[in-house]
Write a protein that binds this ligand. Sequence first.
Ligand code: FES
Length: 118
Amino acid sequence: MALTTSSLGNVEMETVWQVASPEPGEVGDTVVVEIDGKPVETRRGTRIAAVLLAQGATAFRHSPVSGKPRSAFCMMGVCFECLVEIDGCPNRQACLEYAEDSMQIRRQLCLPGGSYEA
Ligand code: FES
């Protein structure tokens, strides 16, 4: 299915949902994603937050203000505590993104002052 755009050039959200979402009950094949540079096998269509939690990640990001660790809380796109970088794009909600093969996921573990904690 091709993406369609509105007259303002924005991708229609309903179309994005149809392209990105596996069918309900669909079991995806095995894919390999990379989390902070480490390859991880998972099933296509698994939410990225679930992949991170299954790998034992206790922090998805650090608060840029306090430096305190944050992790998925609501798992439904409301709290924005699960932000990660996906394929070079920062601040993506891990609980709303589906695993695809070769996806590059990086936790946003930047501490105030700019240092990075892996
Ligand atoms: S866990 Fe709350 S927005 Fe992702």
